[in-house]
Ligand binder design. Structure first.
Ligand SMILES: Cc1cc2nc3c(=O)[nH]c(=O)nc-3n(C[C@H](O)[C@H](O)[C@H](O)COP(=O)(O)OP(=O)(O)OC[C@H]3O[C@@H](n4cnc5c(N)ncnc54)[C@H](O)[C@@H]3O)c2cc1C
Ligand code: FES
Ligand code: FES
Length: 458
């Protein structure tokens, strides 16, 4: 195929195969700043900016680069003429072997473009997806602070818009297997024709690791990235609709998601680091049906419905009924996931999402818990609790919910609920650990609903 794009300020028309990784394309052009570390989105050594957003180039297909602007470390400056940020890295001694540094610099630039004067915690979060094995992070943080102090972030121009609006040019052979529709109507026609032969490409953060590990057999590819309607987050008729291609970054920063559904925003915020969040979509998270997926857990307690569309029409599936087993959903072979609808909460619905993994940050969930409840004059109503990463798919805890609903909140009640939640879940492995932590998280949520003094008085 032929793709048109701008790389480091130069307009290019490139020959590529549709699933070639951007990382390989760049390196074959002699742009060797982006490195292959893990090849699965974990290390950030391959990070570049795509339309101004941080991405891991080891997980970007050529067919999604068409019409877009790529910036690599080489586009910032050269060893002879580094830009301010690169100079700050050198001056702070933040470079030893240098393997991670081009990705680190691109993550720093993306961070300073969003927040020109970040504090240390924000810098740590912004660089959390970039691993360095030799320098140590202190000098790297100092380099970012130094560049921020020199006003680097304020000088970054906003993204100028797409390079072109025409679709990429596929070869005759490729046209039989690669599809890049620009509307849902077109997408469902293609889905209807090829059914289960179709692999969808959305943010490709599950797709590329699966491809690398031979977990996916690619026959026909339907790329959803040009279907603008799938990215919408809109409020209408008492519901908030989140499109299947809304990314974690969009979800965690959207004002209405933040104010109405903070538990969902929090789950997106805790899913991977920035380069993954900029790409990972809600639809991909649900359709992958991984037992460790984070977004389905709050969706369960928030009463969400999954919207499935096909040429036969549209249907709504309650979140509780969407998963059918390990890596299985009820999606039929002519359907696509259009998005999720959340009923607007009545009154002051309190919500929380917690996750625990094998390390403190950027971890896949070993335990995830979402809770919601209304507290009216000390009495609990509409209590919902869901737990993820225990079994093939996340589940509600109806017995604990039923026990709590209509009762006066107290410390004794919170302790009893924690015991009941521990007994109600049925983890496949690490049973005692998961049971204890789940109970603790349910107790934590309940105790957060009321000031300590009030709870002690009950
Ligand atoms: C480093 C790293 C860290 C991660 N951390 C987390 C984490 O903390 N929590 C978490 O939950 N996940 C995590 N993930 C997993 C992944 O990012 C998410 O599952 C993500 O939401 C998948 O979305 P995607 O758009 O990238 O999906 P893709 O890879 O594009 O697609 C995944 C699957 O979904 C199908 N699909 C996609 N969209 C649709 C649609 N609209 N209709 C029908 N089928 C569709 C595709 O056919 C494919 O089978 C991580 C991944 C990586 C690489
Ligand atoms: S090579 Fe590790 S994230 Fe791409
Ligand atoms: S400088 Fe060597 S890995 Fe970071």
């Amino acid at each position: 195929m032929k793709i048109t794009c701008v790389i480091n300020g130069t307009f290019r028309v490139l020959d590529a195969r549709p699933l070639d990784r951007l990382l390989d394309i760049l390196r074959s052009m002699g742009l060797s700043g982006a490195k292959e570390g893990c090849g699965e989105g974990e290390c950030g050594a391959c990070a570049v900016l795509l339309d101004g957003e941080l991405v891991n180039s080891c997980m970007i297909p050529a067919m999604q680069v068409h019409g877009r602007t790529v910036l690599t470390a080489e586009g910032l400056g050269s060893p002879e003429n580094p830009d301010l940020l690169q100079r700050a890295y050198a001056e702070e001694g933040a470079v030893q072997c240098g393997f991670c540094i081009p990705g680190m610099v691109m993550a720093s630039r993306a961070l300073l473009a969003r927040d020109p004067h970040p504090d240390r915690t924000v810098i740590r979060t912004g660089l959390a997806g970039n691993l360095c094995r030799c320098t140590g992070y202190e000098k790297i943080i100092r380099a970012v602070e130094k560049a921020a102090g020199m006003g680097y972030g304020e000088g970054i121009p906003p993204f100028a818009g797409p390079v072109c609006d025409y679709p990429p040019e596929f070869s005759e052979e490729e046209r039989k297997s690669f599809f890049q529709p620009s509307s849902i109507a077109e997408a469902i026609e293609i889905r209807a024709e090829y059914g289960d032969e179709i692999t969808f490409l959305a943010g490709t953060t599950d797709f590329y690791p699966d491809l690398k590990n031979d977990k996916v057999e690619v026959k026909k590819v339907l790329d959803l990235s040009r279907v603008e309607e799938l990215r919408a987050i809109t409020r209408k008729d008492g519901e908030l609709f989140v499109g299947a291609c809304a990314s974690d970054s969009m979800i965690m920063e959207h004002p209405e998601v933040l104010s109405l559904f903070p538990a969902l925003a929090r789950a997106a915020e805790l899913s991977g680091a920035r380069a993954v969040q900029n790409r990972a979509t809600l639809g991909g998270n649900l359709a992958s049906a991984s037992g460790a997926a984070d977004l389905p857990v709050p969706l369960l307690v928030l009463g969400a419905s999954v919207i499935l569309r096909s040429v036969r029409g549209e249907r709504r599936v309650p979140m509780e009924e969407f998963f059918a087993g390990y890596r299985k959903t009820v999606m039929k072979q002519d359907e696509i996931l259009r998005g999720v609808s959340l009923p607007l909460p009545r009154g002051s619905l309190r919500q929380a999402f917690f996750k625990r993994g094998s390390r403190a940050a950027l971890t896949l969930s070993r335990i995830s818990v979402a809770c919601s409840a209304v507290l009216e004059e000390g009495t609990l109503k509409d209590v919902r609790i869901a737990a993820g990463s225990m079994s093939a798919f996340p589940v509600r805890l109806p017995e604990t919910e039923g026990y709590l609903s209509g009762k006066k909140l107290s410390c004794v009640l919170a302790n009893e609920a924690a015991d009941r939640a521990s007994r109600e879940i049925n983890p496949r492995t690490s049973g005692e650990f998961r049971k204890t932590v789940t109970g603790n998280l349910v107790r934590k949520f309940l105790l957060s609903l009321s000031p300590k003094e009030e709870l002690n008085g009950r």
